[in-house]
Design a protein around this ligand. Structure first.
Ligand SMILES: [Zn+2]
Length: 202
């Protein structure tokens, strides 16, 4: 009986270790924090700018509850920040909200790395950079290359928008879901651009 108990414990430990090793190596090469640079025509156009402060807080809390206090990228238990996920359609010139996630300050700052290095204090920016390199297993050179790519993509989207007109429409129909009813939002449309009031860049 005792031998069987030891056998079960040993096998469980081996399975656990192999799983950890596998997940450690499989995380290499994966871009868990994806840098995002907003096209210049879309600065200050986001959910936060389109709704009242209490409504934004209710929306954000919906996601903090779903994430149970853990960052949805790095899993760290931390004070949460709400990040909006966008899709840019260059045919219809639409910036569409396609999701929202609860993130720790460092992962969120990593996504908005352009904003981080220009606007945050040096200690905060250094902390975010360190976290970004660690979570993505990036070298400083890789970070530089990724920044260049993200900047080029934002410039491309900006150029297309300017050639096609004034910018992208802001589609916030994602917020018409039942789970956001607590926020007492008006019915959102596929063009909320004119309703946005300048608040923060993200
Ligand atoms: Zn995180």
């Amino acid at each position: 009986m005792f031998n069987l108990y030891i056998f079960v414990v040993v096998v469980s430990v081996i399975i656990l270790i192999s799983f950890k090793i596998k997940s450690f190596f499989s995380s290499f090469g994966k871009e868990r924090i994806k840098l995002e640079f907003i096209p210049a025509t879309q600065y200050f156009l986001n959910v936060r700018a389109a709704v009242e402060v209490p409504q934004w807080e209710a929306i954000a809390k919906t996601h903090y509850r779903e994430a149970k206090g853990h960052c949805e990228i790095c899993s760290k238990k931390a004070r949460m920040e709400c990040h909006e996920l966008w899709n840019f359609d260059t045919n219809t010139f639409t910036q569409k909200l396609v999701g929202m996630v609860a993130l720790c300050h460092e992962c969120h700052g990593g996504i908005h790395y352009g904003h981080t290095i220009h606007s945050k204090d040096r200690a905060d920016a250094a902390r975010i950079t360190k976290h970004l390199l660690k979570v993505n297993h990036w070298s400083v050179d890789t970070l530089q290359n990724k920044m260049t790519s993200a900047q080029e993509e934002a410039a491309r989207l900006t150029r297309l928008a300017r050639n096609g007109g004034s910018g992208y429409k802001l589609d916030l129909t994602y917020l018409n879901q039942k789970k956001y009813r607590l926020a007492e939002l008006r019915k959102m449309t596929n063009d909320e651009r004119s309703r946005c009031i300048k608040k923060e860049s993200y």
